[in-house]
Design a protein around this ligand. Structure first.
Ligand SMILES: [Zn+2]
Length: 470
């Protein structure tokens, strides 16, 4: 048994969660469940980025104190996760005092290695990204590609800098050699080409005034707060005790997988490994980079008013239906579209009529024939082997092919026309087929898999449908 530390990205809690976050935690939870099934000891770490300027600005607008505002929002993120059957081992809040200690420890290690220095600086800052950009990285209107329409601020200040340039060759080599593996290749190449353009040192602090006195204080300098990414990335370590619980940290670090969206590749493929190299700490092994969800073909955005609250969807369709749609119909490696209409169609076609109907049909036949479930051997329990490369959609497609095949076989067999003895033989076979499917579904649709396994035990009864038609 090996240990497996998986993380999903640490969201800003300046607003309520949207379905993009739901996609990511569903993917990460599926990987975590798969890893548990193949016998690994798994720790799934998530948390909330609470020290960004975005949070401060949003709190100001809401009229609440910063702490109250972020606590309330972070709670909603946790609630969405719970409702989606996501199992976090820790949800580390960025405002947790032990996270502050941990981040200061990371800073001190980088400083001891001579990689942190002070200098005056003028740069173009996108608060949306919490990142300084070069002029040529912005679009022709001088706007951020991730945040069109948002104001880019020119900021002049004396800050602490991190000697990122020093790590250029090391990080290039790490990614090329796949010691830090980036999946898919397209994102690996994007990271490589960014590095090849030349890495510049980055500002990793801001004045108290600009940070509105919120965030982690720079060790030894009461006038500066840490740049939010420096502390936010460290949530991956502070969540397992870095700087205050050595045993726990030693057990779990390094991360076996960081699951992230494509918009934050640079921070995870370049900045984060550089901070860790500087601090002489182990590096994460793998990045899984997913794409974005569009809504009815459009980018999700507040100004378009197309932000969907995942809790509303879960209430209406159930958690496994959302998990199913995202894992099957949003490709992990290209942008995928969501609309409630498509979700509803999928629900009726694949879940109510496909899986749900097959299960009810066989259960009903069993009930009519007073069947006691056959003993299930370990051979009937399948664990997917194809999830190492995160092709969730391909595996689900394959499972649904099997569902179709069993349905067709029942139509050919016409068990209702057979003698009692022959019916029982056929039914035993269908039950094993269904158990086989339920076992394959465990990482994807945990609640459904459990319900099916429970239904096909002992005396089998037709119960309420798994997915009532809408
Ligand atoms: Zn931006």
């Amino acid at each position: 048994m090996s240990k497996y530390l998986i993380t999903s990205a640490i969201p800003y809690v300046n607003a309520k969660p949207h379905i993009g976050w739901a996609l990511e935690i569903i993917q990460a939870d599926t990987i975590a469940r798969y890893q548990r099934l193949i016998g690994n000891e798994v720790f799934y770490l998530c948390g909330s980025d609470e020290n960004s300027l975005k949070n401060v600005q949003a709190a100001e607008q809401s009229g609440e104190t910063i702490k109250k505002f972020i606590d309330e929002n972070a709670k909603i993120f946790e609630e969405v996760a719970r409702e989606l059957s996501i199992v976090f081992d820790v949800f580390q809040k960025g405002s947790n005092p032990n996270h502050y200690l941990s981040s200061q420890k990371l800073w001190q290690l980088c400083q001891e290695n001579g990689d942190i220095y002070k200098k005056s600086y003028t740069g173009l800052y996108c608060v949306g990204c919490e990142l300084f950009y070069e002029k040529e990285e912005l679009d022709k209107n001088g706007e951020c590609l991730e945040h069109p329409g948002k104001i880019i601020e020119e900021i002049s200040e004396e800050n602490y800098f991190f000697a990122l340039s020093k790590y250029q060759d090391k990080i290039l080599n790490l990614i090329e050699s796949e010691k830090l593996k980036i999946i898919p290749d397209e994102r690996k190449n994007e990271a490589l080409s960014f590095i090849k353009q030349g890495l510049k040192d980055i500002s990793i602090s801001r004045s108290n005034a600009r940070a509105k006195n919120w965030g982690v204080t720079v060790p030894g300098d009461e006038t500066q707060k840490m740049y939010v990414w420096f502390d936010a990335l460290n949530i991956y370590q502070s969540g397992i005790g870095f700087g205050f619980n050595h045993e726990l940290y030693k057990k779990w670090w390094p991360a076996d997988l960081h699951a992230i969206g494509k918009g934050i590749l640079r921070f995870h493929a370049i900045y984060w490994p550089a901070f860790l190299l500087s601090a002489k700490l182990s590096l994460p092994k793998k990045l899984f980079v997913h794409e974005y969800i569009t809504i009815n073909g459009q980018k999700m955005s507040k100004s378009l008013g197309n932000i969907i609250n995942p809790l509303d969807l879960i209430k209406k369709y159930g958690s496994d239906s959302i998990r199913y749609y995202f894992l099957r119909y949003i490709s992990p490696f290209s942008d995928g579209d969501f609309s409630e209409e498509k979700l509803k169609e999928t629900y009726n076609a694949d879940l109510a009529n496909g899986l749900g109907n097959l299960v009810s049909r066989v259960a009903k036949l069993c009930e009519n024939n007073n069947l006691i479930a056959p003993v299930i051997s370990s051979n009937d329990i399948i664990i997917e082997k194809d999830l190492d490369e995160f092709h969730f959609n391909a595996v689900l497609e394959d499972i649904w092919q099997d569902i179709k095949k069993i349905d067709i076989q029942i139509n050919i067999d016409k068990p209702w026309k057979l003698s009692q003895e022959d019916v029982l033989i056929k039914l035993q076979k269908y039950i094993k087929d269904i158990i086989h499917i339920a076992s394959r579904l465990r990482p994807f649709l945990p609640e459904t898999a459990e319900k099916i396994q429970e239904q096909f035990q002992n005396k089998i009864k037709a119960t309420i449908p798994l997915f009532p038609r809408l």
